[in-house]
Design a protein around this ligand. Sequence first.
Ligand code: UGA
Ligand code: MN
Length: 348
Amino acid sequence: MIALPISIQMRILWTLAMGTVFVLLVQYQSSNVWPQQQSQLSNRLDPVAEDLVSLALSKVVIDDDMTLSKEVLLGITRQIARYVVYSSGCNVSPVNGSPSPSTIYIITPTYRRPEQIADLTRMAQTLMLVRDIHWLVVEDSEAKSQLLSSLLHSFGIRFTHLTAPMPKRYKTTKGAKPKGVANRNRALSWIRENANDGIMYFADDDNTYDVRLFNEMRYTQKVSMWPVGLCTKTGLSTPIVENGNLVGFYDGWIAGRKFPVDMAGFAVSVKFLQERPHARMPYKPGFEEDGFLRSLSPFEPREIELKADNCTKILVWHTQTKKNEPSSRVDVVKYKNTNIIDLKRIIV
Ligand code: UGA
Ligand code: MN
């Protein structure tokens, strides 16, 4: 370690102390926002407060000749605030003792379209804030896209890039298509071959994820569920909870489904999945979630673990990006030797 002058060391210590005070203040604030979980929240954050401050400080480069200016202090404070927000969640205490947190396998179907890179970039920026994940990005395509591959590398997230084209017979049929089904089944077989524990979650590339959602699902024993916002005209898809118990499902489209839930509204323990080698998603538009959850048999609605504080919080939104027409051709003669030629390779 480089020996720093005493005055700088004192300032760093002072900053650490101020940071800790700040963390405690934020905890106090957060517990006011969600009063019913005040005790759990402060219990959980206390031991990590020190880590948060250290992490925040590690992001700040301190040179020998640097004085801790107001800007530097402000930077540290902002960094601490971010870590506090990202590490907080709802009731995340592990069930039955304290199993160590395990990897979340995030399964994302994707396909080439004008919005693809924008959607995946936005999603990746969220995932960059989540610890211990493995992103399974499955392209609906015969071959891997080079552009997508280098984009995925650039995020620094642990990932596996796979392909699984939608079978031709579904591509050519009129009406609703089984979107993302081949992709998700491909990821399921990858998990069967490569994972023994952890959690799996189907996360479409155009939804909006609150980083706290991943804290919620991390301790799933069998299958966990939570509300999804912006789903159909009903505005919401969620288990209905009364006195802490599941009493039904709230969704705009029940259609005789045993599990009328949104794709973004549940996660499954990998161990539980491994014990059900025939579980898979059917090519049945509108019934993908229900079909998959039924294929986890034996599994009944009463076994569902309710997350997001008994389904009172919305931590994921079924957003949809506006569809854009592919861009028009570029005049390669006019723009020869300019950046436009390179940029045009990125966009659809
Ligand atoms: C809804 C559900 O939330 C999806 O999980 C479900 O797969 C889909 O309906 C369906 O119709 O089965 P929605 O927003 O309408 O989702 O569908 P998209 O977001 O367009 O597609 C779902 C996922 O599949 C996305 O991650 C998308 O990138 C991918 N996809 C879509 C493909 O891989 N290929 C396609 O041709 C279309
Ligand atoms: Mn979507």
